[in-house]
Ligand binder design. Structure first.
Ligand code: FAD
Length: 473
């Protein structure tokens, strides 16, 4: 019997599986797709390679969670530093988010002058730094007592940052600046939304500060496609089963039985990397189903619409752009598109003289269920995104050698989820209400962006770290 069955190879699944295996635990990693990484994977389409969703690695620097985990695995990935982490373009104003404070502030002052800018951004900068110096907090959901005790571990953080946790980010920013232009507010809002996955009115200022400040940390580009990182992370694992979907899981007294299409596997413990919204479907067991049902209301149905394209170009592009326009895009819940380019010298990922581009915008997964309107909606949003990207980034349509769009339904078909970006930590849905990495069901655990501590590399890795602690490994 295996000790740990890890279902899903996203950031959470691959990281914990590689760690458990390296520690000598008999572990099997199951992934339904041929490639590893889920939202952070790389796939091929008609001979062209694309990053599925994630394109920025944040948190790989001394003292940060991602680097500590990679170090524990003796994983020394080949990375390219990205600075600026992102270039924001709004109404013809270009603002690179340089990691160097003064360089960033210099451009910001030109584009959005305000006497309070320095003080505001210094606060953002400092809050980000201080957050990562606080250790020892963890979160358990095993039973009420353990949950309560774990919540007390956050007290030092609550005390230190209470001023920024009490108020929603929108009000805090308005109060701080006194007067603020709509344009600058949109500039802040768009950046908050891509990281926090929620708007400034829904989250506290502390969360907004961490979202606005990630670019002051080191960010990296992964050569060869993001998926290369997962191949490297799991290369020493003894048992990785790709193309293996787990269809059903049964709970027995001291183990679980996992069903693939043609095999039955027994495992003492199961770690699910599927979302809390999709995991209940794996079980017939009433107790487990009820556990997941409790979290259905957290599902904000937020998702992504994607445009993947390969262009031929000799122009030098930055790695990441955020293009903010005045109007919302059709069938989207945002006015901003995030566009990532492959590195010009990364000819493993993309042919010489070409760029692989992954562009995304937020949408609502429920808007893509009607077969009657699906095609038209897809075409409309695709052409609007394409027009903005080509106009703003000076791409001529004849340079495009390959292009296609993907919807929340595509995500469901391939990586088994349509809610993307995980559970946003909002003023309404804060820690005691969120699922943890353990569950009240003996031997059943979770990792990923719908459980503690939310999305992206730093968020999911905080959850992996939490899970290591809960498993005592
Ligand atoms: C468009 C977009 C852009 C993003 N950009 C960034 C970015 O630049 N930087 C960043 O840090 N984050 C980014 N994120 C967020 C980040 O990608 C996610 O938060 C993170 O990748 C989620 O990891 P996870 O561990 O939850 O696993 P997931 O990515 O959800 O992966 C789960 C895996 O489990 C597999 N699976 C599910 N069910 C089964 C089953 N029954 N059997 C077998 N396998 C199964 C799936 O196929 C999938 O591979 C982005 C997200 C999106 C959607």
């Amino acid at each position: 019997m295996i000790e740990y069955a890890v279902v899903g190879s996203g950031i959470g699944g691959s990281s914990i599986a590689a760690y458990l295996d390296a520690k000598g635990h008999k572990t099997v990693l199951f992934e339904k797709e041929p490639y590893l990484g889920g939202c952070s994977s790389t796939f091929e389409h008609a001979g062209f390679s694309y990053n599925t969703g994630a394109t920025t690695l944040a948190g790989y620097e001394e003292g940060h969670i991602v680097k500590s985990h990679f170090d524990a695995l003796r994983l020394n990935p080949d990375l390219i530093r990205t600075d600026p982490a992102i270039v924001i373009i709004q109404n013809g104003k270009t603002t690179p988010r340089f990691s160097d404070f003064e360089s960033f502030l210099g451009v910001l002052e030109k584009n959005y002058p305000h006497p309070k800018n320095r003080e505001f951004w210094m606060l953002i900068h400092d809050l980000g730094r201080e957050f990562y110096t606080i250790h020892g907090h963890y979160y358990s959901n095993r039973d009420s007592w353990r949950k309560l005790i774990s919540l007390t571990s956050f007290l030092p953080m609550l005390v230190k940052f209470q001023r920024y946790l009490r108020t929603n980010a929108y009000d805090f920013i308005q109060d701080f600046y006194g007067d603020i232009s709509e344009e600058y507010l949109h500039f802040l809002e768009a950046q908050i939304f891509i990281v926090a996955q929620a708007h400034s009115r829904e989250i506290n200022f502390f969360t907004a500060a961490l979202s606005l400040g990630y670019t002051f940390n080191e960010t990296h580009y992964v050569p060869g496609g993001f998926g290369a990182l997962f191949d490297k992370m799991t290369e020493n694992m003894k048992d990785v089963r790709r193309n293996t979907e787990i269809h059903k899981i049964e709970r027995n007294t001291d183990h679980f039985t996992l069903h693939t299409k043609d095999k039955i596997i027994k495992a003492r413990k199961v770690i699910l990397n599927s979302t809390v919204y999709d995991s209940g479907k794996l079980f017939d067991d009433g107790m487990v189903k009820n556990y997941y049902k409790k979290y259905e209301t957290l599902n904000n149905h937020q998702s992504s619409f994607m445009l993947y394209m390969t262009i031929k170009s000799t122009k030098q592009y930055e790695h990441h752009y955020q293009l903010i326009q005045e109007e919302m895009y059709p069938h989207a819940i945002s006015n901003a598109v995030f566009v990532s380019f492959s590195d010009a010298a990364d000819n493993v990922f993309c042919g010489k003289g070409h760029y692989s581009i992954t562009a995304s915008i937020h949408t609502d997964s429920r808007w893509w269920n009607d077969k009657g309107t699906y095609k038209d909606q897809k075409e409309k949003l695709k052409s609007q995104m394409l027009k903005s990207i080509c106009d703003i980034l000076d791409i001529n349509e004849i340079q495009i050698v390959h292009l296609f769009a993907a919807t929340p339904r595509s995500f469901k078909r391939y990586i088994n989820r349509s809610q993307l970006g995980g559970n946003a930590i909002t003023m309404k849905n804060f820690l005691p209400k969120l699922p943890a990495n353990d569950t009240p069901i003996k031997g059943l655990y979770h990792v990923g962006d719908t459980v503690y501590a939310a999305q992206g590399w730093p968020g999911v890795m905080l959850g992996v770290d939490n899970l290591k602690r809960l498993l005592h490994v």
